[in-house]
Design a protein around this ligand. Structure first.
Ligand code: SAH
Length: 413
């Protein structure tokens, strides 16, 4: 199960040596035209571009997309963010000890030690505050941070997911063990200090793995999911379901994807790699019928609940590998008019691309969070006579090197 398709680093750790002075908290500059210079930049490695002004970041990203994609078709100008700070609606913190104190933050680049982070430039500030409060509560409740080398300790990670439009907040406590002593009192204390939290979930991850979340979970408070509103529709998001991290930019990206699909009230749309059903549901207003396919069964459950909650009847979801599903679809003679695909960072597969072209859709809309794998896949598409007509880059990950791109492809005829 994939939990994150961009910017997540390997999550392992080693004991940390003592450090005398804590790093100062990151300060947002008065204007995005100036570099932010995050003090954690070198150790954390999450924001490769924090020392570059925002307009320059946009120029660099557009140049990169042009370099990789211009050989395939037209590249349009990049769409930047109005406010490039504190946009991330999903924050994961790891915990450790330094000088006898519990610290929280991310794993140091390549060294597997926790970097204590007091204020991050891209994370939702409410999430930062909740994590700091939890760090203190873990100490008062004598709950120990999990050490991957020794296997001791209970608390592996805390993930906070916030919904911009509804204000709902989900806290996921990832424990190494099912037994969470004093969990009821802990939850009460946390809710008292942070009444804005709407649900708390314990996720159990007892495997030696770099994945943040395990397969089992227990709802400790609330509904076990949050809901957000995107492009006028309400989406339910569970702990392990993929959901874009920057909602304002996501709305622009999805609107472009739906526009490029060119449905105009008719046709069958296949939403491949559909997650909780976002793009397919937004496009369903312009299609006769929509089929969504997604590997993660929890996301499919969310997608089905989302369709019901929004009263959308012309959509159905399947939990399957997108490539296998499309092969079956092609074999059974079903032909989508438009295929919308939004694969993870690793891109799509030859099987998917070959079957997609074999069903001869009028248009293919490819949403990508990695222009390198996108370029690789466009080459494969070209081999099956589908060409990229236009590519629209979006900055959905300011201060980092990551870029989102949506492309339109059509057949050679
Ligand atoms: N379109 C959605 C999700 C995109 S993220 C959105 O915009 O929110 C990519 C999704 O692909 C994730 O939900 C992941 O679980 C899913 N995925 C990864 N590999 C897959 C595969 N082989 N087949 C189908 N879905 C897959």
């Amino acid at each position: 199960m994939r939990q994150e398709r961009s910017a997540d680093k390997p999550q392992m750790k080693k004991p940390a040596p003592a450090v005398k002075k804590p790093a100062p908290a990151a300060k947002k500059p008065a204007s995005a035209d100036k570099p932010a210079n995050c003090p954690y930049r070198k150790k954390c490695g999450g924001c490769q571009y924090s020392e570059i002004s925002y307009p320059e970041q946009l120029r660099m990203k557009e140049r990169k997309v042009r370099r990789l994609l211009e050989g395939f078709g037209e590249v349009k100008p990049i769409t930047g963010a109005e406010d490039p700070f504190h946009y991330r609606n999903k924050v994961t913190a790891s915990f450790g000890f330094r000088n006898g104190k519990m610290i929280s933050g991310v794993y140091e680049q390549k060294t597997h030690r926790v970097v204590n982070i007091d204020r991050c430039l891209i994370q939702d500030e409410r999430a930062d505050r909740i994590i700091h409060i939890m760090r203190d509560l873990f100490v008062s409740f004598k709950l120990k941070a999990y050490d991957e080398d020794s296997g001791f300790g209970l608390i592996r990670h805390v993930m906070v997911r916030t919904a911009r439009a509804t204000g709902q907040i989900m806290v996921i406590i990832v424990t190494a063990n099912q037994v969470f002593p004093g969990s009821r009192n802990f939850v009460n204390a946390l809710r008292e200090k942070c009444p804005e939290i709407t649900t708390i979930v314990q996720n159990i991850n007892s495997q030696r793995t770099s994945m943040v979340l395990g397969n089992r979970e227990k709802v400790l408070f609330g509904k076990g999911y949050i809901e957000d509103v995107l492009c006028g529709l309400r989406f339910r998001i569970s702990a392990g379901s993929f959901y874009q991290v920057f909602p304002e930019q996501t709305e622009k990206l999805y609107a472009k994807a739906v526009e490029l699909a060119g449905l105009r009230g008719k046709g069958l749309l296949l939403d491949a790699y559909c997650g909780v059903g976002t793009i397919g549901m937004i496009a369903s207003r312009d299609a006769e019928q929509v089929i969504g396919v997604e590997l993660n069964p929890d996301a499919v459950k969310d997608a089905e609940a989302n369709a019901r909650a929004n009263g959308i009847r012309n959509i159905s979801f399947y939990a399957n590998d997108a490539g296998l599903f499309l092969q079956d679809l092609a074999a059974s003679g079903i032909r989508p008019d438009v295929i919308l695909m939004d694969p993870p960072r690793t891109g799509s597969t030859r099987e998917f691309i070959e079957s997609a072209c074999r069903t001869k859709p009028e248009r293919i809309v490819y949403v990508s969070c990695n222009p390198e794998t996108l370029a690789r896949d466009l080459k494969l598409f070209k081999g099956f006579n589908y060409r990229m007509r236009e590519a629209w880059p979006f900055d959905n990950f300011p201060l980092t090197e990551h870029i989102e791109t949506v492309c339109l492809l059509s057949g050679n005829s």
